[in-house]
Write a protein that binds this ligand. Structure first.
Ligand code: ADP
Ligand code: ADP
Length: 228
């Protein structure tokens, strides 16, 4: 089964008013297991809207979403929340780490909430931090870490509960170009080491070219971006 299938999604804001904006207008996409897909579009085109619908944080006006072969379109909020927590990892442009906890604890906590034991959760957190090259920083709070290190911790947190699908919204967008490049490598290394499928929004075409393929969001539809 595909890890993610989006079928004919439509979404508008300010329904029925003269100011109505149709952000998605028949957006469709299929992501196979292990595939890493770039979502390329300028700011304001609807990338966040699409990612929020794919990640069950928002609902479309029409169309269907399947995660791991299961149609999640009509499920109850409670069931959607369970699927989101178990099967989907999110990364945002800003890390959203808990400031009073260390890097390690930020990765341990979601695992404890999901029923893991403390020792298993710590071992997994350290292994993830090691994969992105910052295990020695495990005991530091976010404020003591550089922007790139903070994002690496956020990547590890997104993978803490071993999701099926990773959704990322400009994951290196707040970093300077050189740092962004290295931190993106760390993200790709992490994703490849786990065989995870991912949809990663970026307006950086060089980063997009390092993924398996790219789709462009154009006039509310997803268009395969062939020759980049
Ligand atoms: P992107 O992530 O590509 O920058 P968004 O999905 O955030 O785009 O937004 C797409 C469009 O939808 C923008 O024009 C934005 O102003 C509009 N929009 C987003 N969220 C809302 C909302 N809650 N209410 C009204 N308009 C919104
Ligand atoms: P904004 O709120 O303007 O979108 P932020 O950078 O503050 O931007 O991002 C916080 C994001 O977290 C929001 O986009 C919101 O949709 C998302 N969010 C809300 N609830 C959850 C949740 N339970 N898990 C993951 N992300 C969530």
């Amino acid at each position: 089964d595909p890890v993610l299938t989006l079928e004919g999604l439509t979404k508008g804001y300010n329904h029925g008013k003269p100011s109505e904006v149709r952000v998605l207008d028949g957006a469709s996409l299929t992501i196979a297991p292990g595939e890493v897909v770039a979502l390329v579009a300028p700011s304001g085109a609807g990338k966040s809207t699409l990612l929020h619908i794919a990640g069950l944080l928002d609902v479309a006006d029409a169309g269907r979403v399947q995660i791991g072969g299961e149609d999640v379109t009509g499920l109850s909020d409670r069931r959607r929340t369970t699927i989101r927590r178990n099967d989907v990892g999110f990364i945002y442009q800003f890390h959203h780490l808990l400031p009073e906890f260390t890097a390690l604890e930020n990765i341990v906590l979601p695992q404890l909430a999901n029923g893991a034991t403390g020792s298993d959760a710590r071992a997994r957190a350290l292994s993830l931090l090691d994969t992105v090259g910052i295990a020695p920083r495990a005991g530091h709070r976010p404020a003591a870490l550089s922007g790139g290190e903070q994002q690496r911790v956020a990547f590890c947190r997104a993978l803490a509960n071993n999701p099926k699908l990773l959704l990322a919204d400009e994951p290196t967008g707040n970093l300077d170009p050189e740092t962004s490049d290295r931190v993106f490598d760390a993200l790709m290394g992490l994703v490849r080491s786990t065989g995870l499928s991912a949809l990663i929004a970026t307006h950086n075409l060089e980063l997009a070219a390092r993924m398996d393929r790219a789709v462009r969001l154009e006039a509310g539809k997803l268009v395969e971006s062939g020759a980049q």
